[in-house]
Design a protein around this ligand. Sequence first.
Ligand code: DGL
Length: 270
Amino acid sequence: MAVGIFDSGLGGLTVYQGVRERLPDVPLVYFGDNAHAPYGVRDADDIYRLTTAAVERMWDHGCDLVILACNTASAAALRRMQENWVPRDKRVLGVFVPMIEALTERQWGDNSPPREVDVKHVALFATPATVASRAFQRELAFRAIGVDVEAQACGGVVDAIEEGDLILAEALVSSHVDALKRKMPQPDAAVLGCTHYPFMKDAFQKALGPDVQVFSQADIVAESLADYLVRRPQMIGAGGTAKCLTTGDPQKVSARATQFLRQPMVFETA
Ligand code: DGL
């Protein structure tokens, strides 16, 4: 068995890298649905259909536990999957809850009533589908009160990153941050609610200014997974082969992944 990390494309590599550094002995299967990226402009039914198809393939590759490293899939499909699709012996976890626990300084499993937290004005940058789902605000409301969230749908950024056009991505980030600041001039914290955005973290920080704390998911999700596996070690199991799979062109995806992670990455056809 191995732990699966799913994303619509290359963005989940930020989470994959964080998990690999935190849990070097756990075999990981990465699955990028590059043929169907971006997910962020699709409707919820489409995202559900694509995500379940991909996760099923990951089970065939020996993953009993799959992390939806994709915020869009976590926001638009995870709850429906957990309610009536995931078999008893498998687990599918998302990335929103660890992020919100970090933002609200809560430990895993702290189910106490929502309370006041330090951050009051949060800027959420995410895909159009994630923003439309309001999943972030819903999960936050279970844990915190008095937090004003302003969400900015960042159209185009994922496509630019998938195409390796980081100059365009940076220009788009700067215009999305400007748009956000027109609605919320002084956020205390910014959440990069899409796994592709950490590749542009410096651009977000530069546009937001040094006083805004930028939360990105890689380390937060890795830590939360490490914690989960201490409680549920059976979800790793013995053996398992690490591999990177894509529904896209393996050569092109391997080249982009190598460029982004600055280390050799080899993808095979899913
Ligand atoms: N990287 C994904 C996310 O975290 C989705 C990007 C996309 O495919 O639109 O939201």
